[in-house]
Write a protein that binds this ligand. Structure first.
Ligand SMILES: C[S@@+](CC[C@H](N)C(=O)[O-])C[C@H]1O[C@@H](n2cnc3c(N)ncnc32)[C@H](O)[C@@H]1O
Length: 234
């Protein structure tokens, strides 16, 4: 039986697909090992590994990292349980990716950019997904995403999105329902505001060179995003 952290993570993040072609295109373009930052249970890392890309998956949450080790059995994935703001790799990689707005969760972006720069070979690229179109404030309980595992039904319903004090605050009601009896709690995620100009300026200070960006349109269930590519000068 999976840990609750794994179940909520899969329910809330696991079904997103719109960005996968972009990560695959980048992995093709920069051959070598891909470092997936904030890999979760491996939505992107496993997809790349199934296409024969070698992946280092870095994840801070020990339960998510352990589940990713289990799911990656037999695939070219090395899992490192560490904080993205203070990690080092034994050998540099050619591509580091930060999917699904993980960058907005990091407590110390400058420290992360320093660590990423050290982890990349000269000419390597850091590709970061930023929140894009469709992040509009609301106060309304939306239809839940749900999954049934054995006798337990898990539901996660967005209840509010607020933009305040330099952050996007996403509130969800998480319910665990057994035999018709429901226990609910509100879960709050804080995403620090960061746009392309801000990230690019910070990245230049760290030693990167802005390279390009690409836009991923919103879907019915997910906001859009923008992937910003930053190069380590050769
Ligand atoms: C929105 S999820 C994205 C998961 C996965 N990359 C995906 O695209 O489905 C963000 C992930 O980043 C991880 N994370 C947050 N802060 C982190 C940090 N400082 N270091 C490493 N991982 C972190 C979270 O535990 C979570 O698994």
């Amino acid at each position: 039986m999976s840990a609750d952290a794994v179940i909520w993570h899969d329910l809330e993040c696991g079904c997103y697909r719109a960005d996968l072609p972009d990560w695959h295109a980048l992995a093709q373009r920069y051959p070598g090992v891909v470092l997936d930052i904030g890999a979760g249970t491996g939505r992107v890392a496993l997809s790349l590994a199934h296409s024969d890309h070698r992946v280092i998956a870095l994840e801070r949450d020990a339960e998510l990292a352990a589940e990713l080790v289990r799911r990656a059995a037999g695939l070219p994935v090395e899992v490192i349980c560490a904080d993205a703001c203070r990690f080092t790799l034994v050998s540099p990689v050619s591509l580091a990716i930060v999917p699904m707005q993980t960058i907005h969760l990091l407590a110390d972006r400058p420290a992360f950019l320093d660590a990423a720069l050290r982890a990349l070979a000269p000419g390597g690229v850091l590709a970061v997904a930023l929140l894009g179109e469709g992040v509009e404030p609301f106060e309304l309980e939306l239809e839940p995403d749900a999954v049934e595992l054995g006798a337990v039904r898990y539901e996660s319903a967005p209840t509010a999105l607020r933009r305040r004090d330099g952050a996007v605050l996403l509130e969800r009601r998480r319910s665990r329902i057994v035999n018709g009896s429901s226990k609910s709690a509100l879960n709050l995620i804080r995403l620090a505001e960061c746009d392309r100009a801000t990230l690019s300026a910070e990245a230049v200070s760290a030693g990167f060179k802005p390279l390009s960006h690409r836009v991923i349109a919103p879907t019915a269930d997910h906001a859009g995003s923008e992937i910003v590519c930053l190069e380590v000068p050769a």
